[in-house]
Design a protein around this ligand. Structure first.
Ligand code: 4NP
Length: 167
């Protein structure tokens, strides 16, 4: 079976999407489904390419026994949109940046592009288009909030994918 390919996307790929990648991978591993997935994250900007996740994201993940220090920021590139089954943007600005990057090619991304919080309380992805708040430059408290939002959303996102792909 082909692996299910999923990428989490924010602006810098140092705060929010590394938590998306890390938490989703953790849940997939716990479910014994690592073989079924390819999981990655990226940012629409090149601001932090090559850098570790933000210390706030590393710390909040560590608090929950998840290590994300193997991650390095990379920029989302237009061509890769064809490679993914799920592209999960952290907020509407990220989603618009992705659409701009692919020159508004709605066919290339049809059925693939989601917002993280579409899944926060809804397994079918029908939730509100609220964004995951950007904790960059803010206090540690912001990272706890982001963690909780991403945690809830990834639980339902994984349930959605398992149902859809009979996993
Ligand atoms: P992220 O947070 O998109 O969640 O990684 C940000 C990181 C860096 C910047 C903005 C947001 N920045 O402007 O450098």
């Amino acid at each position: 079976m082909d692996r299910i390919r999923i990428v989490f996307v924010c602006l810098g790929n140092i705060c929010r999407s590394p938590l998306g990648e890390g938490l989703f991978r953790h849940k997939v591993d716990k479910a014994g489904l690592a073989h079924a997935f390819e999981i990655d994250s990226s940012g629409t900007s090149a601001y932090h390419v090559g850098e570790l996740p933000d210390p706030g994201s590393i710390a909040v993940a560590r608090k929950h026994d998840i290590d994300i220090t193997d991650q390095r920021s990379r920029q989302f590139v237009a061509d890769e949109v064809l490679d993914w089954d799920y592209v999960v943007a952290m907020d509407d600005s990220n989603r618009r940046n992705i659409m701009r990057l692919i020159d508004g090619d709605v066919d290339a991304i049809r059925g693939k592009l989601w917002l993280m919080r579409n899944f926060e309380f809804e397994e079918d992805g029908s939730g509100d288009d609220d964004g995951v708040p950007d904790p960059w430059g803010g206090g540690r408290r912001g990272f706890d909030d982001v963690y909780d939002i991403v945690d809830r959303s990834c639980t339902h996102l994984l349930a959605h994918i398992r149902r859809k792909h009979n996993l």
